[in-house]
Each structure stands twice: as C-alpha cells, then as structure tokens.
Design a protein around this ligand. Structure first.
Ligand SMILES: [Zn+2]
Length: 224
C-alpha cells in the first residue's frame, strides 16, 4: 500500500534543490506564441494497462511512444490531480491529468492536460468502473488513451520538477491550454474516492522562461 501524502503539510516536504519547482502559474502573450505543428509526434496508440490506488489518486501504467521536439520518449503512466496544479491564464481547472514520459536516459517529460466540467469523458468512466481501492490490477482490457493527447491549441513548455516528493528537478513540462471535459457526476465520483485535494501549491518561476507553442497549424491529424 502506498503511503498517503499529506497535502495539508506540503511545506514540510523535503527537496534537494528549489529554484525550478512545479507547478507554476502559466501565462503567455499571444505575440510570443511560436507555431510548431511538429512539437508532438504521437507515434503509436497509447494504452493504459494496470490501474493502481496511489492513496492520493489513481495511476494507470501503460504503453505509448512519442517524439517531443524530435526527441524520443516512452509513455510510462497517467495519474490525476484534483483540483489542477498549474493555473492557465489565472484559471484553475477541476482536474489535471499527467501523462508521465521517460527517455532512454531516464529524463522525464510530463504532458499535462486539464479537465473542466462539460461532456463526460469515456476513458474516465472506464477507469472509475475498474478501480478497486488498495489494489493494483491489470485491466481486463487495455484502455485506449490516444484521444486524450493534445493535438491542437497552445502548449506551455518549461523546465520544472515532479510535484510530489522527491520533487526532483529537470522535468520537462508540456501543459495544454485546451482542456478535456468530464461530467460533474464523474468529478463527484472521483472525489468520493479521493476526497483530499492533491494539488501542490504553485511555486515561484524564478529565472525560468515559459515558451508557448501553437501545435494546430499544418498539423496532420493523427489517426489511430
Ligand atoms: Zn502529477
């Protein structure tokens, strides 16, 4: 069983360094946005295979492969924060979903997508139906995650950290401005399983810069 992390005591979490922490408040002047249709290249369908209770949230490990700015990354796991950790132009969404990736050197890149209340999300339904507290179970059938990955709109990119201990830095963040939607009922069901907020407080930007990429233009729609 994973130990429950106490988000009410997060100032006491230890970390080795402290200048490049996550999450942060994201803002971007439209004039600073760079067109980059090839920032993300989703190479294969993404699947979630094993669902586990992480005490503060659920985690779905799986398979997938992408290029981020022409560098190879392997999808490792998807997990959830409620409410969102990053704010986007001052707004905090109901949830933030973290697709954690790793390259051959073990360097991490996280693709973060927020979720706001709207139409229900089919993958979240499958996960809520399959979830069993205090277990890690291989799903009877892998869940196709590809449609959750960002293919248009603005992507904020910056260098930060893991948002849970050990809060290691050198993590590359790609946060999508365009949210997914979940229904109010799905959020209620999720929050019944995980009532404690698991969003880390926003951290100072310090000397970092945040880049903005528009991945819409000239993008060839990925068809899986
Ligand atoms: Zn996370």
């Amino acid at each position: 069983m994973v130990e429950r992390l106490d988000y009410t005591q997060q100032k006491a979490w230890s970390f080795t360094s402290g200048q490049q922490q996550s999450p942060i408040a994201l803002t971007m002047a439209p004039s600073d946005v760079i067109e980059a249709a090839d920032l993300f290249e989703w190479q294969v369908p993404y699947y979630g295979e094993t669902l586990s209770d992480q005490a503060n949230n659920m985690q779905l490990t799986g398979t997938g492969f992408a290029k981020f700015d022409h560098r190879n990354y392997r999808f490792v796991q998807l997990h959830f924060h409620a409410p969102a950790e990053h704010t986007i132009e001052g707004k905090q969404a109901a949830m933030e979903w973290h697709f954690v990736h790793e390259n051959a050197l073990g360097q991490k890149a996280v693709v973060a997508v927020t979720a706001v209340i709207g139409k229900e999300n089919p993958q979240l339904n499958q996960l809520l139906a399959a979830f069993i507290p205090k277990t890690a179970i291989p799903l009877p059938e892998a869940i196709l995650l590809t449609s959750l990955l960002p293919t248009r709109g603005l992507i904020y990119r910056y260098i930060g950290s893991l948002t849970t201990p050990p809060l290691s830095e050198g993590v590359e963040w790609f946060v999508a401005a365009e949210p997914l939607t979940i229904s109010a009922e799905q959020l209620t069901e999720y929050r019944e399983l995980f009532p404690q907020d698991n969003n880390r407080e926003r951290q100072p930007l310090n000397q970092r810069s945040v880049m903005g990429y528009d991945i819409s233009k000239g993008h060839t729609e990925t068809e899986f």
